[in-house]
Design a protein. Structure first.
Ligand code: BG6
Length: 477
């Protein structure tokens, strides 16, 4: 028997501009990071490297984000399908380089602004509330190459201008905003979140935390400005969350798990939600030779610009111990750790742990007592199209059902959960592997890793299942 979700619960789906829009070079858009990331397995290898080479031999690779799934031209059809499922909200991002093609201009690109006007109008026509991520792994390329990404304080100023532009333009159309996608993933893959590739392992942490400090300031300034400009605005942070389990009950391993969780799960959240660096940051920074350049007024800004709610992605938990061998290691969404003997993994090695979601919700709510929203969760899987054109993705339904059940448990525990947007509600390009074949959607898109496909959309079995979940407010699972 499922426990109830609150009235007005925000059911929906999530995407990011660079993974679905396509429209490469159209409407005056400038290049951004995703435009230069190759597709296929090469992406993960290149992303993990130090010293990413932006001048790689492009003829050797494909660039699927250039085409995405052509949402740029097909958004009306796609939004109509979201509406058919009954979406209350749709999480999307604005591509910064559509608004400021290089990132450092003084005037925005009107064509880019007009595109999102059309998208928001279409959503409202169907009664769907937009939930907009301001920065989702798509830093304008010019800011990366000329300024060195978020290591450079100048990006705060450029981001300010971008934020003020979109807040002013969309203040009557968008109430829910998220500042930086998975902000705490930055130290693992700085290129994605911070727009720079570390020169060496020695400089990774110093540069990442300096970049993060700039993002904390930029995020806090955005929160303050949003509250001023947009009546009724709700501005959240966005974390990648994975509860850290100790591999066993050896106290040293338990301590290690707690330390990992503090740094990975809570450091960024504490700054954005509580408005100050946590007590444990001092020792961690000292032991890792991180010296932050904090300018006068930064800490006050951070204190004044705390978020209204906490959103996070949840795909898996993480299990860890102090001493581990390479054979014991698992795979994950920017997250290291050892394999958990109690869990099965997806085709990409991401361990499936629905109870971990209830644990996460309780940990986050216990710490912050602010409304929570799960803005990413889902199963990346290979789908097969049957002769009659259907996709029977029962594995995806099982995954989502088991996670939603645990959310219901958390609500019953007393957690203030306000919404759920499953990731990749329509098939799109994977962020880490650049594949089309890693599918998350309720909507199948006929597009393949070799570049073939008609881009036609069709409803998977999970489409009808999710529609029923939403219309029953989570009763029928
Ligand atoms: C999150 C990102 O980390 O995970 C998304 O915010 C991403 O952009 C999602 O797509 C799933 O990861 P992947 O690599 O399977 O696309």
């Amino acid at each position: 028997m499922t426990k109830g979700f609150p009235k007005g619960f925000l059911w929906g789906g999530a995407t990011a501009a660079n993974q679905l829009e396509g429209g490469y070079g159209e409407g005056g858009k400038g290049l951004n990071l995703a435009d230069v990331l190759p597709g296929g397995k090469a992406r993960l290898e290149l992303l993990g490297q130090t010293g990413f080479d932006f001048e790689i031999d492009k003829s050797k690779y494909s660039y699927p984000n250039h085409e995405g799934i052509d949402f740029y031209h097909r958004y009306k059809e796609d939004i109509a399908l979201f509406a058919e499922m009954g979406f209350k909200t749709y999480r999307m991002s604005i591509a910064w380089s559509r608004i400021f093609p290089k990132g450092d201009e003084l005037e925005p690109n009107e064509e880019g602004l007009a595109f999102y006007d059309r998208v928001f109008d279409e959503l409202h026509k169907h009664g769907i509330e937009p939930l907009v991520t301001i920065a989702h792994y798509e830093t304008p390329l010019h800011l990366i190459k000329e300024y060195g990404g978020w290591r450079n304080r100048k990006l705060v100023e450029f981001f300010d201008r971008y934020v003020e532009t979109i807040f002013t333009r969309y203040k009557d159309k968008v109430k829910y905003w998220l500042t930086f996608n998975e902000i705490n993933g930055a130290t693992h893959m700085p290129l994605l979140g911070l727009g720079f590739s570390p020169e060496s392992e020695e400089t990774r942490l110093q540069d990442s935390f300096q970049g993060l400090h700039h993002q904390f300031v930029a995020s806090a300034r955005a929160v303050k400005l949003g509250h001023k400009l947009i009546s009724g605005s709700q501005i959240g942070c966005m974390l990648i969350y994975a509860p850290v389990y100790s591999y066993d009950s050896k106290p040293e391993n338990v301590m290690h798990a707690q330390e990992e969780s503090n740094i990975f799960n809570y450091l960024c959240g504490d700054v954005q939600v509580r408005g100050e660096y946590p007590y444990f940051a001092k020792r961690y920074f000292k032991e890792n030779n991180v010296e932050l350049n904090i300018q006068e007024g930064d800490l006050e800004t951070i204190k004044e610009g705390t978020v209204d709610f906490i959103s996070f992605s949840y795909y898996m938990s993480r299990t860890d111990k102090l001493e581990k061998t390479p054979e014991e290691m698992g795979h994950g969404n920017l997250i290291g750790g050892v394999k958990n003997p109690f869990l099965q993994a997806s085709d990409w090695g991401w361990e499936i742990d629905p109870v971990g979601l209830r644990i996460s919700l309780n940990e986050l709510y216990g710490r912050y007592q602010k409304p929570l929203m799960v803005v990413e969760n889902g199963l990346g899987a290979y789908d097969e199209v049957e002769e009659d054109g259907s996709v029977k993705d029962d594995y995806r339904i099982d995954y989502l059902r088991s996670h939603i059940e645990q959310m219901a448990e958390a609500v019953e525990d007393g957690v203030d959960l306000i919404g759920y947007t499953s990731w990749g509600c329509i098939d799109l390009v994977s962020a880490s592997s650049g594949q089309y074949s890693k599918r998350y959607g309720f909507i199948y898109v006929d597009k393949h890793d070799d570049g073939s496909g008609t881009m036609e959309r069709s409803r998977k079995k999970s489409f009808f299942w999710y529609k029923d979940v939403i219309s029953s407010n989570g009763e029928n699972l």
